[in-house]
Design a protein around this ligand. Structure first.
Ligand code: DQA
Length: 147
């Protein structure tokens, strides 16, 4: 076990804090990263926090995680609802996978209610704002026996 959690963020999440703040809040992704690092540290774990707008980059990071990470936390953004390729990549990863959505995707448009990623995720957190990332770290720590 490496003790490293890969926290992967998909398209448009680089604009967190500026993009539709009424839905996603005013915290930036850098704020979330700082809180995630602290939460993981308190559990004796570390975080590699990454964001890309490109599907292939997210897939490459999932492949990298096969060697480098004990768990993956992923907010795939809109790829949640479209990407069989990200699902296939996650299916090659053996550790725990948590899916996080800042908004409650079940309270929004119908197309957001289907997630390819949920076919692999061990747990899903939606609608808890950016706290969802921290809750996912707590869960991963528990599953890995780090807390
Ligand atoms: C999201 C929800 C998705 O439907 C949307 O496309 C996003 C963000 C969330 O965090 O609530 O980009 O994953």
């Amino acid at each position: 076990m490496t003790g490293t959690i890969y926290v992967l963020n998909g398209p448009n999440l680089n604009l967190l804090g500026k993009r539709q703040p009424e839905i996603y809040g005013r915290e930036t992704l850098a704020d979330v990263e700082a809180a995630a690092v602290e939460t993981a540290k308190a559990k004796g774990l570390s975080v590699r926090f990454l964001q890309s707008n490109a599907e292939h980059q997210l897939i490459d990071w999932i492949h990298e995680a096969r060697e480098e990470a004990s768990a993956i936390i992923i907010n795939p953004g809109a790829y949640t609802h479209t990407s069989v390729a990200i699902l296939d990549a996650l299916n090659t990863f053996e550790g725990p996978v948590m899916e996080v959505h800042i908004s409650n995707v079940h309270k929004r448009e119908e197309f957001r209610r289907h997630s390819y990623v949920s076919l692999r995720a061990d747990g899903v957190i939606a609608g808890c704002g950016t706290q969802g990332y921290l809750l996912a770290i707590e869960r991963v720590a528990r599953v890995l026996g780090a807390s």
